[in-house]
Design a protein around this ligand. Structure first.
Ligand SMILES: C[S@@+](CC[C@H](N)C(=O)[O-])C[C@H]1O[C@@H](n2cnc3c(N)ncnc32)[C@H](O)[C@@H]1O
Length: 274
């Protein structure tokens, strides 16, 4: 891969999914794309760039594979546990009243589904603590740009190594049934969540309005400008007083008026300003 080809690839990835690659990532990109070249029987990166820039079904498939190869899908159950404690103990009791028993949650950039299903487990525990009919209608939607990650999330099946990351063995039987190759989430947990491939750079209104958005550990890959644009559009689809959780190392730029910072009982999160 020449420096010029790498420059073109950097621009393409930024345009299509917002991911900003530094100059030092050239080696990583080359090794991650090597299998994609083989799979699509392409001889060089020049051929790959040419195909990606030509609108066709083949180039769409290729782009999906490139995105799968270039995204970092690291995730685990109840990652940043304080967020889930805040949700279950503080936010849900405030949000769910006799008048409001409907809840819409968006797990944006959900990777292979652990975040989305952790939210469903949280709801399950909230309902057990309160009343099974405390929430009448729950819709949890998990989205990610990676086609492969969404495929895994939809299956709701995980190997032991994956469920051991963040979940004590003693609670596994509460949420999973053992199957031949690992563990499958119980229907009462999985049926509350649905998944779709979605790029955060695209218009969000199609997803509807949300009470809660979890968008964690993805802004680190974007430029400040892209991050602000996404946050502004997220504010537009949050219901009044809706809340947003970001990853621990991610913050909302100080000059943005759309959100106010809440120092909660367990963690910091953001609430849409009136
Ligand atoms: C490190 S994972 C975070 C997963 C989960 N939110 C968590 O905190 O455990 C980042 C995810 O962001 C996704 N991603 C990257 N760019 C995206 C974009 N433009 N639109 C939607 N998802 C994107 C990646 O595919 C990846 O699965």
């Amino acid at each position: 891969m020449t420096a010029e080809e790498y420059g073109l690839f950097q621009e393409l990835l930024k345009q299509c999914c917002g991911i900003v690659l530094g100059a030092e990532k050239q080696y990583l990109v080359k090794s991650r794309l090597a299998t994609v070249l083989t799979e699509f029987q392409l001889k060089s990166f020049k051929d790959l760039l040419r195909l990606l820039n030509k609108p066709s079904i083949q180039s769409k498939k290729l782009m999906n594979r490139v995105i799968d190869a270039m995204t970092t899908n690291e995730t685990y159950w109840f990652r940043e546990k304080a967020h889930f404690m805040e949700l279950q103990e503080v936010i849900l009791p405030k949000l769910i009243t006799n008048q409001t028993r409907k809840l819409r949650i968006w797990s944006a950039a959900c990777s292979t589904g652990q975040e989305t299903y952790s939210l469903s487990i949280c709801i399950e525990q909230f309902l057990k603590q309160h009343h099974p009919t405390a929430i009448q209608d729950v819709d949890i939607i998990g989205t990610d740009i990676s086609e492969q990650a969404i495929k895994v999330a939809k299956q709701a099946e995980y190997l032991e190594i994956a469920i051991s990351r963040g979940l004590e063995k003693s609670v596994w039987p509460n949420f999973f049934d053992q199957i031949h190759a690992g563990y499958k989430l119980k229907t009462e947990i999985s049926s509350r969540a649905r998944f779709q491939q979605f790029n955060l750079l695209k218009p969000m209104a199609v997803l509807g309005q949300f009470d809660i958005i979890f968008c964690r550990n993805v802004f680190i890959y974007f430029s400040e400008q892209i991050k602000k644009d996404i946050l502004q559009r997220m504010a537009e689809i949050l219901k009044p007083k809706g809340v947003l959780f970001l990853g621990r190392t991610e913050v909302i730029p100080a000059e943005m008026q759309d959100f106010q910072t809440i120092d909660g009982r367990h963690c910091r999160y953001y609430q849409k300003t009136d």
